[in-house]
Every structure is written in structure tokens, then in C-alpha cells.
Design a binder for this molecule. Structure first.
Ligand code: CIZ
Ligand code: SF4
Length: 350
């Protein structure tokens, strides 16, 4: 990255001192992550967001839904800033509030709404988290999806899982012993979700038709090809990948799990990793004694994560030095209150 920009970021951050707290998601660019005070996946960053109550500015290098969660979890006097407001998430955008309300009506018409506990993946808007909080549900991440589902099934007979069908299906089938037939997929663009009332009554897991545009692109062929190319390779993938991919892989886990697994791996071992490319590159650099590769070279970065680049970070930090607070993410009060219930429920999971 441009050395002049690195110097400017360093100078602005030094000038701000303890008044700024920079959070960096693992999928961020190297040029940005070097300025993060804390790095993590969405769960760790949600836990860490409130760790510096004395810092008035929390600069969130990640995507919009993560900054919303940080705003909900930080103190009222703290402002959460997203260096590029265009950094959204295509998965989160696949479930809008109106669509989810309509789905709930469909469940009510089928006579099952009272049996359903809604569970939403962290990768969803604050509106959706608020919906889930209002209906007695919980937020989950890829590191605690099983615990969230155990909690939900202790409360109700069915789960509506938003918005990532793959995380929901993979957790239900691989960790809860469900069959694929226990799961149905609700399509927000089809009448009645494309399901009959009978299907909704029989299902245990109602999956929203959403997916990640990065992880959803790995295929069974990606796994077969790397196994043919690299003898003895270990295939390690994120549970946002399709079911055919996780069943063909050797290990499945959240971002933090992937990082820990590579740390513990023996020197000389080979790993094909199916997750975001910035993270895989960084892991390859961090472990030169291991053969760490990207699962499928035709898949690329998360384009919205990559919108946060060094120029945006420099502008954000320099504006703060000049006393201008821009790109603030502020969740409306009642939405924040309801969403917080679902987030607190997640943070309280055993
Ligand atoms: O795909 C993502 O955005 C993930 C895995 C986020 C996270 O850190 O859980
Ligand atoms: Fe969203 Fe996928 Fe990008 Fe994560 S990697 S922010 S789920 S599009």
C-alpha cells in the first residue's frame, strides 16, 4: 500500500490516541487490518465492541450489519463509524423486514407460528434482529449456531432460520442429527414462500433462502479438484458453504476455528481453505512452514468488505482529527432495544 497513506493513517491515529478504538474484521485488507486495535470474526467483535467505553469513536472496519451491532452494544455516548457507507452485505440484504413480516403471516396462516422460534445469523440487519428479539428469538454466529439452536428447540418445536440457508442446514444436519427432509426452504420471492401449509407443519427447520455470495461459490468440484491436485490435502471450510461442500470437506468451522486449526497444524501439512480470500492470504503468510492455499481460485474477495480500503480509513481518521464525525451508524432506539434482546440472549448462551 501507498507509504504516504500509511504515514497519514499512523499520524492521525496517534493524534486521536485513546479517543478512537479501531475494530477490524478478519476479511479486511492487510492495509486496513494493520491499524486495527482488535481483530476478530463478527462474534468476537460484537463481544469486544463495548470493551473501550472511554473511547468516544469506534471505527468499524467491516460491513454495515456489524457496525449496527456495535452501535447497539456500545454505550450511548459512543459513535460507531463505518469508513465507507457502501460496505453492505449481500446476504444481509436477502432478508428485508417486510419480507420477514410477510413470512410470519404465512406461518400464522399455516397454523405454525406459535411453534416457531426465530433465529437469525449475525449477518442480518438490525431490523431483522429486532424482529427476532420481539418474537422471543436469538441471534447466532457460526461459532455458536448449535448452542443457539439447542436453546431455540428447548423453547419451541420449529425454528425459522434467517437469512443463511447453508449455515442453518449444515448446523441442523451435521450437528443436531436432523435429516435433509426435516428442513424446508422459504423463498421470499415466491407466493407463500413456495411452500404448502402441510410442508410447513411437517418441517422442523424452516430455512430462509439466503446465502453468502463468496462462500456460496465453492462447489463439490472445488473440493474434488484440490484433492486431485494436492495429495494428502486437508480441506477446511466455513459453514456458510453449501451442504455438498461441507460434506466433502475434512473440517468445518467458523473463522476463529479456522485460524486456531491452522495455528495447531503440523509443519509441512497442506490445507485448502474455503473462506474469504484476504483471510486465507494472511493465514498463508503467517504459516510459511505449512502449505496453505485457497480452496478455489475462481472465487474472490468479498467485494463489500474490500470497499473499506486505506484511503477510506485515512479520510475517516483525519476527519475525526479535524473534529468532523462522518459516516455514523446509528440504529433507531426502539429497533436497537428489541435487537439488543436477541443479541444479549446470544451473549448469554451457555
Ligand atoms: O461471512 C461472514 O461475513 C462471516 C463469516 C462473518 C463472521 O465473522 O462471522
Ligand atoms: Fe456478507 Fe458473505 Fe461478505 Fe460475509 S463474506 S460480508 S456474508 S457477502
Amino acid at each position: 500500500s501507498d507509504p504516504a497513506l500509511v504515514d497519514r493513517a499512523r499520524a492521525a491515529k496517534a493524534a486521536l490516541g485513546d479517543s478512537v478504538f479501531v475494530l477490524g474484521h478478519h476479511y479486511q485488507r492487510d492495509e486496513v487490518i494493520q491499524f486495527a486495535d482488535v481483530t476478530g470474526d463478527s462474534f468476537k467483535l460484537a463481544q469486544m465492541a463495548a470493551a473501550r467505553p472511554e473511547a468516544p469513536y469506534v471505527v468499524f472496519c467491516g460491513v454495515h450489519f456489524m457496525a449496527e451491532s456495535a452501535d447497539i452494544l456500545t454505550a450511548d455516548h459512543q459513535r460507531v463509524i463505518l469508513p465507507d457507507l457502501g460496505a453492505g452485505c449481500s446476504m444481509a440484504d436477502m432478508a428485508t423486514f417486510d419480507q420477514v413480516e410477510e413470512c410470519w403471516d404465512v406461518l400464522a396462516d399455516a397454523g405454525v407460528a406459535d411453534d416457531v422460534v426465530p433465529v437469525t445469523y449475525m449477518n442480518s440487519s438490525a431490523d431483522i434482529k429486532a424482529f427476532v428479539g420481539r418474537h422471543g428469538g436469538v441471534v447466532c454466529t457460526s461459532s455458536n449456531a448449535k448452542r443457539a439452536l439447542d436453546w431455540a428447540y428447548a423453547k419451541g418445536r420449529k425454528v425459522l432460520f434467517l437469512p443463511d440457508q447453508h449455515l442453518g442446514r449444515n448446523t441442523a444436519v451435521l450437528e443436531m442429527g436432523f435429516s435433509l427432509d426435516d428442513c424446508v426452504v422459504y423463498s421470499p420471492h415466491r407466493r407463500e414462500g413456495g411452500l404448502t401449509a402441510e410442508q410447513l407443519r411437517d418441517a422442523r427447520m424452516i430455512l430462509w433462502r439466503g446465502h453468502c455470495s463468496v462462500h456460496g461459490r465453492f462447489s463439490k468440484k472445488s473440493v474434488d479438484d484440490v484433492r486431485a491436485r494436492v495429495p494428502g490435502v486437508n480441506v477446511l471450510v466455513h459453514p456458510e458453504c453449501r451442504h455438498e461442500v461441507v460434506t466433502a470437506a475434512d473440517q468445518i468451522g467458523s473463522t476463529e476455528y479456522i485460524i486456531r486449526t491452522l495455528e495447531a497444524a503440523p509443519p509441512g501439512s497442506s490445507w485448502a481453505v474455503g473462506t474469504e480470500l484476504n483471510l486465507v492470504r494472511r493465514l498463508a503468510d503467517a504459516h510459511p512452514d505449512k502449505n496453505v492455499m485457497f480452496l478455489d481460485k475462481t472465487v474472490c474477495y468479498c467485494s463489500t468488505m474490500n470497499r473499506i480500503d486505506l484511503p477510506h480509513l485515512v479520510l475517516t481518521l483525519e476527519s475525526l482529527v479535524a473534529g468532523r464525525v462522518e459516516n455514523v451508524i446509528e440504529v433507531e432506539k426502539e429497533t436497537a432495544h428489541q435487537a439488543r434482546k436477541a443479541l444479549d440472549q446470544m451473549l448469554a448462551l451457555p
